[in-house]
Write a protein that binds this ligand. Structure first.
Ligand code: SAH
Length: 343
């Protein structure tokens, strides 16, 4: 019989398992602190559990981990990309972004992606499978172990994959990340980013979590958005914006819109005016990011001057907008780029 992947269990399932093995209820907190707080790689390390319980756990469960295929650290800003190999030899990427006031990990949620955004490094390679809860948590555990001086304060699901297409596993990973006995990362410091899967957004609004929601918008024009974010054909802009307004209403939280500036596609002053009109009156902010070039000759980012005009046009219309610095450009930190260099 296959052993149970212990890090993929929810806390309740873990409690059930421990009860079945004759362990007390509070043991689940202990086991979580070993697995997530201290990154234990074996049950033998869990010295405050009695030997009999440890042996039973060992016989029934296994502790997964990811293995490193490659990594690159930026000399400019310390951003580090990791390429990991999973048990079935699939590969995923994780990025560690150290800053003065916070340390962020950017997580992958799937091996590949189904949604085929035109500017995305992972799109041409298609979808392989969902990540398990344990695999997402293992991304965090590896980065934590390799950066022991840096407390991980923020998590963003902005790596490879669409988190809302792996909904249940992502929610369970979030619960472990947020749990006091788990990683103890504040819900408000965890961000889920979606290309706009409306039914999942509606479900997410009802979770009662304080987790941040980002929506990858990239255009305020329906035809343009259908071209660069093809899922827009299924969930068009007007429906998406309505779902966003309902989310804000239901949760009393704000939405962050991601907007990747691509020269000649969505980066003119007129595009900015359209965006301002679309978002008018909504509790939101816009993160503007210069397009990170995947391969020469396809899209490119607009000039610094054009970018400044775009930002000014948005702010002039009272839209809260931030131009995000691209991190780790010297190491191709755009997500998925290390992976494609090996595929
Ligand atoms: N599928 C989710 C999460 C993964 S993409 C989503 O679409 O939001 C995370 C963010 O990176 C998205 O906002 C995405 O549009 C952006 N992104 C993807 N490729 C990029 C590139 N080449 N340059 C800049 N940002 C990019």
């Amino acid at each position: 019989m296959d052993k149970i992947d212990i890090k993929s269990l929810s806390k309740r399932e873990l409690e059930g398992l421990l009860a079945g093995l004759g362990g007390e209820r509070y043991r689940s907190g202990q086991v979580c602190r070993w697995l997530y707080g201290r990154g234990a790689r074996s049950f033998d390390e869990m010295t405050d559990l009695n030997a009999r319980l440890r042996e039973k756990l060992k016989a029934k469960c296994r502790i997964t981990h990811v293995s490193l295929l490659d990594s690159k650290r930026s000399h400019a800003d310390g951003t580090t990309k990791y390429l990991f190999k999973l048990e079935d030899s699939s590969s995923i990427e994780t990025v560690f972004i150290p800053e003065k006031s916070r340390n962020t990990i950017c997580l992958s949620s799937q091996v590949g992606c189904k949604f085929g955004c035109l500017f995305c490094a992972s799109a041409p390679f298609g979808f392989v499978r969902n990540l398990k809860v344990s695999e997402m948590l293992d991304e965090v555990l590896f980065v934590k172990a390799h950066n022991p001086g840096s407390r991980i304060s923020n998590i963003v699901f902005m790596g490879i994959g669409e988190p809302f297409d792996n909904y249940d596993n992502v929610m369970n990973a979030i619960r472990a990340l947020n749990d006091k006995d788990g990683f103890d990362i504040g819900a408000r410091k965890i961000t889920v980013s979606t290309c706009g899967i409306i039914p999942a957004m509606e479900r997410f609004a009802k979770e009662g979590l304080q987790v941040e929601l980002s929506v990858s918008l990239h255009s305020a024009d329906n035809a343009t958005r259908s071209k660069i974010v093809p899922v827009n054909k299924k969930y068009p802009l007007s429906d998406l914006l309505e779902a966003c307004r309902e989310y804000v209403e239901a949760t009393n939280r704000i939405i962050t819109f991601e907007y990747v500036l691509i020269d000649g596609v969505n980066a003119s002053e007129e595009d900015a005016h359209k965006l301002a009109k679309l978002l008018k009156g909504m509790k939101c902010k816009v993160n503007v990011i210069a397009y990170n070039q995947i391969k020469a000759g396809d899209y490119s980012a607009p000039s610094v001057e054009k970018t400044a005009l775009f930002m000014r046009a948005l702010k002039g219309r009272r839209i809260k907008a931030m131009l995000r610095k691209s991190r780790g450009e010297d190491i191709d930190a755009g997500c998925g780029q290390l992976r494609i260099s090996k595929l």
